[in-house]
Design a protein around this ligand. Sequence first.
Ligand code: DC
Length: 208
Amino acid sequence: MTRIFTVAIDGPAAAGKGTISRAVAAHFGFAHLDTGALYRAVGVKGGDPVAAAQSLTTEDLARDDLRTLEAGQAASQVAVIPEVRAALLDFQKRFARRPGGAVLDGRDIGTVICPEAEVKIYVTASAAVRARRRWLELGGDAAPKAYDTVLAEVEERDARDMGRADAPLRAAADAVTLDTSDLSQDAAVAAAIALVARALARRDAPGA
Ligand code: DC
């Protein structure tokens, strides 16, 4: 497919956006951009975050420490700086409208990066469920952090991401909310694929 088609997937930390986005992109042969990785790379680079955002390289994005809880917190902190967000804007906007279809996951894709996205999904889950997933990923009882600490960090990040002045996390008015609290990964992926398939069918319907 050479036509432009954007799937915007937003939501709070550990709601399942990454898994869903990768699966949707693979299913439809769309390109995928994990926009959180941009903010994580800026956060872990150190020094002046605005300069880091303006000079981000592919090596910065290939670092193997981007997925840690610390990188997530650092990302959330630099993400409140309007000049950091501005420096990352054009790349994301161009990626969203590249020919062949694109899936972007983040916090402001449906609201700021690509308000014209053909599909917008707001993936969420209760803070307790998201914290438990993160804690299990870290090793559960063998994790270096207690569940309560992970929950406090998830809640702190939610408050910062939702409370910032510039491009706060919120569902776009025309987004479909997918609550994964009580869904298996497979069920959540299937629901997202069905939403995209329906939008593609509508677009390709005769007379559309
Ligand atoms: O999705 P993630 O956990 O990798 O994102 C890390 C942080 O980056 C998140 O807490 C806030 C910020 N972020 C953002 O502000 N806007 C985005 N589109 C993506 C991430």
